[in-house]
Write a new protein. Structure first.
Length: 76
């Protein structure tokens, strides 16, 4: 089962910036691109969490992503 700490660590590896990230701040500002979002969506699917690229890309923030992951994880 994934937790928020895992997500924050994983997001840190997806972006190029070393600055602190506010949980509601768009990860696009930190260098996140569509290729990385696609890879992340695939990684989540491999772990049994059905989240689409579109869902992740529509609101690329830690809080939004955690909302999706935690909801889908609990439903599985």
């Amino acid at each position: 089962m994934l937790d928020r700490n895992w997500l924050e660590t994983r997001v840190r590896s997806l972006i190029e910036d070393e600055e602190d990230i506010t949980p509601d701040e768009s990860l696009i500002y930190f260098g996140l691109d569509s290729i990385r979002v696609m890879e992340f969506a695939t990684e989540l699917k491999e772990q049994g969490i059905a989240v689409t690229f579109e869902e992740l890309a529509s609101n690329p923030t830690i809080n939004a992503w955690w909302g999706l992951i935690s909801t889908r994880q609990n439903a599985a």
